[in-house]
Design a protein around this ligand. Structure first.
Ligand code: ADP
Ligand code: MG
Length: 323
């Protein structure tokens, strides 16, 4: 936006500074914030925060209501990122969508991190090859990002398309940060926003944000029922930060999630993703990954606003994710 934060009524230089420090760099970012979130970060009252948000919405032309044709206009910008597997892409209606959170959940070793790595490669390809011509930000909470694996996958794509792709260049477009605890993880979304603004100016727009894994820190830190409400509140803030990122940058947001045993399940699958209703309601697409024979993996689309449930079989090979 051309308008500076300081030009909003009620925002002095000190408040503007606090907002920027918290990652609210633009009018658009303020416009989609919640009053309580803004009040806390900028140390202002909630009613002042609400007034600032309203002013930002008017300035940024983001109203509370939109007509359907405008929603359609924005939806036209939605990009679809290929998974590299025909069946998987088809199940997703073309690929992983931008402006949405896609959750990959499944047991240890089911291939969540492999899919995330493959998407980090694919998104850098041009449209013709199923990519979005963008760069990647990864929030790595389990220290499972492996540049060597990216190199293997780039070589796989070189073979597939008969192109000379340089793994080094692909690695240069992947920005990885380790998250050391859940607070750090939440703050890294703000840093990601700063970085994405810089990269956008450099002509390297971020089209994919990965959080692998979403829940590991939250689970480890919040044990016992007493702190559950607190955990869910922080998780809610985190999920909405991720959604906002996807909207602001027209990026895919991909999060991985663990499963836990469902003690009350007599029928169907005895596992479910962790994170409860907060994650369930905020993730736009939920994908359940299961191991099958050898390198085969079964991916099930469990929840989607507009697509039928379905299953796709993929393979995790040295060259990456394939049919
Ligand atoms: P998680 O769901 O826990 O994130 P991963 O995505 O890390 O699981 O999947 C690990 C599995 O991926 C390994 O058990 C192996 O089957 C497969 N895998 C990892 N690297 C390779 C590779 N270079 N070639 C073939 N398969 C691989
Ligand atoms: Mg993993």
């Amino acid at each position: 936006s051309e308008i500076a934060l300081e030009e909003l009524p009620g925002v002095g230089p000190a408040t503007a500074e606090k907002l920027k420090e918290a990652g609210f760099n633009t009018i658009e970012a303020v416009a989609v914030a919640s009053p309580s979130e803004l009040a806390t970060t900028a140390e202002i009252g909630e009613s002042t925060a609400a007034k600032i948000i309203n002013a930002a919405r008017q300035a940024a032309d983001i109203g509370g209501f939109e007509t359907g044709d405008l929603v359609l206009e924005r939806r036209k910008l939605v990009g679809k990122l290929t998974t590299g597997c025909a069946e998987f892409d088809e199940m997703m209606g073309g690929g992983i969508e931008t402006q949405a959170i896609t959750e990959l959940y499944g047991e240890f070793g089911s291939g969540k991190t492999q899919v995330a790595h493959q998407l980090a490669v694919n998104v850098q390809m041009d449209k013709e090859h199923g990519g979005l011509g963008g760069s990647v930000i990864i929030i790595d909470t389990e220290n499972t990002f492996r540049p060597e694996r990216i190199t293997q996958m780039v070589k796989g794509l070189s073979e597939k398309y008969g192109m000379e792709l340089n793994p080094e260049e692909f690695l240069q477009n992947i920005h990885v940060a380790r998250a050391y605890n859940s607070n750090h993880q939440i703050l890294l979304v703000d840093s990601a926003t700063d970085l994405a603004n810089e990269l956008k100016e450099m002509g390297k727009p971020v089209r994919l944000l990965i959080v692998d894994s979403l829940m590991a820190h939250f689970r480890a830190e919040y044990v016992g029922r007493g702190t559950l409400a607190d955990r869910q509140q922080k998780l809610n803030k985190h999920m909405h930060g991720l959604l906002r990122f996807g909207d602001l940058f027209n990026a895919c947001v991909v999060v991985t999630n663990q499963v836990m045993a469902k003690p009350d399940a007599f029928f169907g699958d005895p596992t479910r993703p962790v994170g409860g209703h907060i994650v369930g309601h905020t993730a736009t697409f939920r994908l359940y990954l299961r191991k099958s024979k050898g390198e085969k993996r079964i991916i099930r689309l469990v929840d989607s606003p507009s697509l039928p449930e379905g299953e796709a079989v993929v393979a995790v090979t040295m060259a990456g994710l394939t049919d």
